[in-house]
Design a protein around this ligand. Structure first.
Ligand SMILES: Nc1ccn([C@H]2C[C@H](O)[C@@H](COP(=O)(O)OP(=O)(O)OP(=O)(O)O)O2)c(=O)n1
Ligand SMILES: [Mg+2]
Length: 899
């Protein structure tokens, strides 16, 4: 799932031009019956932003007076009408065309075209006057406030006339007995029963956990491999021949499952959708204005994506066709241009014979389980992507069974088909990107092995927009640059790509276009948030109704948190509020229409999974937003900053220490009155002594089980990463942080007595676990690369190390954890420090940075010195940029060897 979707915007280009032309034609045709004068003949306007009269009213004025109203700015648009445009918006605009709406009003009142130059919004920038073919341009005096109200009266009449021409309309039929709006107590459960996105997301997350649980329980033995050994031909080619990754994905999953009960539809164009698919037209509800909604929708999207992104899939929006989405369509329908995610109305236009079939979530779940269980018989090196898609590392399996990837994949696909009755496709390559791209060629019902020697050539023909992480905005820029295929990109230097797409993403693209992908597969379940959102059927009259619903939603999100046995520390309320200019009635029955989104987060003092705390926080947050209940169109609750579940899973040494510190607080009782607290963490105690006393608090919570016999010696060798990975005894980690035996005596001497004793005690107890930790760290550093790439796309905010209460303790534990710092950790420290300096909060970093310098200057390890110096250098450079001067540092890192 997900791989082919580019947010539904990929078809924009051709569509947009056709759309604009169509809108213009429609406008001209629709104007015919209302035309009264030729006042604006030859003049076209485009309205940008809020105006008075409104865009709608200006449009009608144009209709009556033979002007042209452009829904989008075009090169030949005569005037842009605006009242007030933000600087960023006008930067790339031809300001000599931007005039106030008063010009239109004054023209109408004067019954002639008045000189527009007095209405220019940006006179100082105006260089050349636009050449317009006025019928007759007459000089006029100062613009006068015209009789707007009489014009509005005329428009009101016009409005009434236009309404008369609308067809008879009634609401979109809905199954009787179903809960229509969120006011109904049954609504939430029905919503989740019917929401396909909810089902898909739940299933996807469920399989990640499923795989993770299977791995935890597994004893390392796969008896079913025996079966493969018996039936598959032996081959030595792939034994010890590097990594082999398979990507497997069910073909038109929902359709294939649905066809099991409908064999007569096999080979035909079929779509799974809520819509009945009988008639192309659905009646419109009174007050619905699809065209206006579409325009607003497009504008919103454009604004959001800095005018880079345009919306597609909405060409069926302005008429009366079905707005139900196609969840999945058969390959026969795809041959006619139908795609997953498309509106059914458009699908029916492209493929008139398309047959609609209903959802069957229970069956999807059953088939998905069979798919996962079939693969899991042979290996658990599975990264679950969604209910119908996963990555599998076949390396170990192939070496064991001694067979070729293609032989194994054939057997596997046959087994899946036999057990589920549904076809799937698989791609194989030497990393996940290659495997995924290979699946594209394999589909439908096929398999493809992308051999190493063919990678570069294969990628040459892949469109860049097909690469993971390339969304509509990137695609737009790529188009502008005329970089279309990976082959095009292969000829561009890294530097140039980075200049366009930033350092990280640029590097990713530079590698991806060559089929290079260092992201390892992730087998554990990484859950960063839990949420419940509803954006359908939200229609409240009273605050009380809204609160009742919020309480239900809290129960839902709480249940999800309990399901994964986690606690969270940040509660975010997301609301969709009808945009002021959007029609009250939405085109999509009970849909959310065009909305403004508002988000408010509250950080709690402690981790919680307490329903009462969650509910109280959510309700008070909603009250503080002060939104009239009838304007709400969507509500979501998200819980983030989850406590760590299985410590071995991911992240750098530093991040692990980080979450461990937080976890230690989990046993402290919750203080309900203090739950709603701002994130501001201005530390009361800034002295090193103060920090150490905090450190001592945490240090005391060290548990008995962590105390292990001593085995580790200084300078643990870190070579042979793969060997270490394979020999790792367990994925579990036991202790919280390290206190190695090479701690400098002078540093020890500086510590308060109680800490020093703790450290000495812990040092003697922890030697064994150090060894495990070094291995774990290496494992992680391999994984970190992957995280790095994925993080580019993640919106979630990472916690800042410097804002942690125990920042010095975390730094100390990190600096003592290994002989050589991981570059990821160093980058993280730099990033966190720079973030704070940029926010002009350099005071937050001062003490921990000073502490770090003081500690590092006292140890004899140049690798750490260099890391420390790198941090200082970055800090000082950012200080100079932001504050115009360097940070005062009492202690600097000095060393005879590496200075
Ligand atoms: N916009 C979308 C896309 C997908 N899905 C659901 C229905 C799909 O059947 C399922 C799996 O998604 P895929 O992206 O794997 O698409 P298909 O399996 O339908 O087709 P393909 O053969 O391209 O994998 O997820 C959905 O509800 N809405
Ligand atoms: Mg699929």
């Amino acid at each position: 799932m997900g791989k082919d979707r580019k947010d539904g915007f990929e078809e924009w280009d051709g569509y947009m031009n056709a759309k604009i032309t169509k809108l213009e034609e429609q406008f001209s045709k629709a104007s015919d019956p209302f035309r009264q004068t030729e006042l604006f003949k030859g003049i076209s306007i485009y309205v940008n932003g809020h105006t008075n009269p409104s865009a709608d009213e200006l449009k009608r004025i144009m209709m009556v007076h033979s002007g042209v109203f452009h829904h989008y700015e075009r090169s030949h648009t005569t005037f842009i009408i605006a009242s007030n445009l933000p600087d960023v918006k006008i930067r790339n605009m031809n300001t000599s065309k931007i005039i106030s709406p008063q010009w239109v009003v004054d023209c109408v009142s004067a019954q002639k075209i008045v000189d527009y130059s007095k209405y220019l919004l940006y006179t100082n920038q105006s260089t050349s006057q636009p050449k317009i073919t006025f019928q007759k341009v007459e000089k006029d005096d100062e613009p006068k406030a015209s009789n707007v109200s009489s014009i509005m009266r005329d428009l009101a009449e016009l409005n009434a006339k236009m309404k008369e021409t609308k067809p008879d309309i009634s609401p979109e039929p809905k199954q009787s007995g179903s809960a229509m709006t969120a006011v109904d107590p049954k609504f939430l459960s029905e919503f989740y029963n019917n929401s396909r996105l909810h089902h898909i997301a739940t299933l996807g997350a469920g399989f990640k956990k499923y795989v993770s649980d299977l791995r935890d329980k597994h004893n390392g033995d796969f008896p079913d491999r025996q079966k493969l050994k018996e039936i598959l031909p032996k081959s030595e080619i792939f034994v010890k021949n590097g990594q082999t990754v398979m990507h497997i994905d069910m073909d038109c999953f929902f359709v294939s499952v649905g066809l099991r009960k409908r064999p007569h539809l096999r080979g035909k164009p079929v779509a799974v959708t809520h819509s009945k698919g009988k008639s192309e037209h659905v009646p419109l509800k009174d007050g619905v204005n699809r065209e206006k909604e579409m325009d607003l929708f497009v504008k919103k999207i454009e604004k959001k994506a800095q005018d880079n992104v345009k919306a597609s899939n909405i060409n069926s929006f302005s008429d009366k066709s079905s707005l139900s989405e196609v969840a999945s369509c058969s390959y026969e329908a795809r041959a006619k241009g139908v795609k997953n995610g498309m509106f059914m109305g458009l699908a029916m236009k492209l493929c008139p014979g398309i047959q609609a079939i209903p959802y069957d979530f229970e069956a999807y779940k059953e088939v998905a389980e069979t798919l996962y269980n079939t693969v899991a018989q042979y290996t658990l090196n599975i990264e679950a992507v969604s209910c119908d898609e996963m990555f599998v590392d076949l390396t170990d399996l192939l070496n064991d069974v001694e067979t070729t990837p293609m032989d194994f994949v054939t057997a596997l696909r046959n087994e899946v088909k036999e057990k589920t009755g549904c076809p799937c496709s698989a791609g194989v390559g030497s990393n996940r990107l290659q495997a995924r791209m290979a699946t594209k060629k394999a589909k439908p019902d096929g398999q493809f092995h992308l051999l190493k020697e063919n990678v570069e050539e294969y990628f040459q023909n892949i469109a860049i927009k097909e690469l993971p992480g390339v969304g509509s905005s990137t695609s737009y820029t790529l188009n502008e640059l005329n970089w279309k295929t990976c082959g095009d990109l292969q000829t561009v230097s890294l530097y140039k790509i980075q200049a366009e797409f930033g350092k990280k993403f640029g590097e990713t693209l530079h590698q991806f276009c060559r089929g290079i992908d260092n992201r390892p597969l992730v087998y554990g379940q990484i859950r960063k948030s839990v949420s419940a959102e509803v954006n359908y059927g939200i229609r409240f009259k009273e605050n009380a109704e809204c609160e009742t619903f919020l309480k239900q939603l809290c129960v839902e999100v709480h249940a999800r948190l309990m399901d994964i046995k986690r606690k969270g520390k940040c509660i975010t309320l997301k609301v969709m509020v009808r945009a002021p200019e959007a029609p009250v009635e939405t085109s999509k029955f009970m849909g959310h229409g065009v909305c403004d989104n508002q988000t408010k987060s509250v950080s709690l003092t402690e981790f919680t999974c307490d329903l009462e705390v969650i509910t109280r926080t959510v309700l008070s947050t909603m009250r503080s937003l002060n939104i009239p209940p009838h304007e709400l169109r969507g509500i979501g609750i998200q819980i983030t900053k989850l406590n760590e579940e299985a410590p071995s899973k991911k992240d750098s040494v530093l991040m692990n220490m980080f979450s461990k510190v937080a976890e230690k607080q989990k046993d402290k009782p919750l203080k309900p009155k203090e739950t709603v607290v701002e994130v501001d963490k201005k530390s009361e105690e800034k002295s090193i002594k103060g920090m150490f006393s905090k450190m001592s608090e945490s240090t005391k919570i060290k548990s008995e089980e962590e105390k292990k016999p001593k085995t580790k010696k200084k300078n643990q060798p870190t070579g042979n990463i793969m060997g270490m990975l394979q020999n790792m005894p367990s994925r579990k980690r036991t202790s919280d942080y390290l206190v190695p035996d090479d701690i400098d005596e002078s540093v020890l001497a500086e510590l308060p007595e109680d800490i020093r004793r703790e450290i000495l005690q812990a040092r003697s107890d922890q030697q064994k676990s150090i060894e495990e930790r070094v291995k774990a760290r290496i494992t992680k550093s391999v994984k970190d690369k992957k995280e790095e790439i994925e993080e580019i796309q993640e919106e979630e905010q990472e916690p800042n190390i410097f804002l942690q209460k125990d920042n010095c303790r975390i730094l100390l534990a990190w600096m003592q954890s290994c002989d050589e710092p991981d570059s990821y950790d160093v980058e993280l420290i730099i990033k966190n420090a720079i973030d704070l300096i940029t926010r002009k909060e350099s005071h937050e970093i001062y003490d921990p940075i000073a502490f770090m310098c003081r500690y590092l200057t006292n140890i004899d390890n140049c690798r750490w010195h260099l890391a420390g110096k790198k941090v200082i250098e970055a800090v000082q450079s950012q200080m100079t940029t932001v504050y115009g001067g360097k940070m005062f540092m009492k202690d600097t890192i000095s060393c005879n060897k590496c200075d």
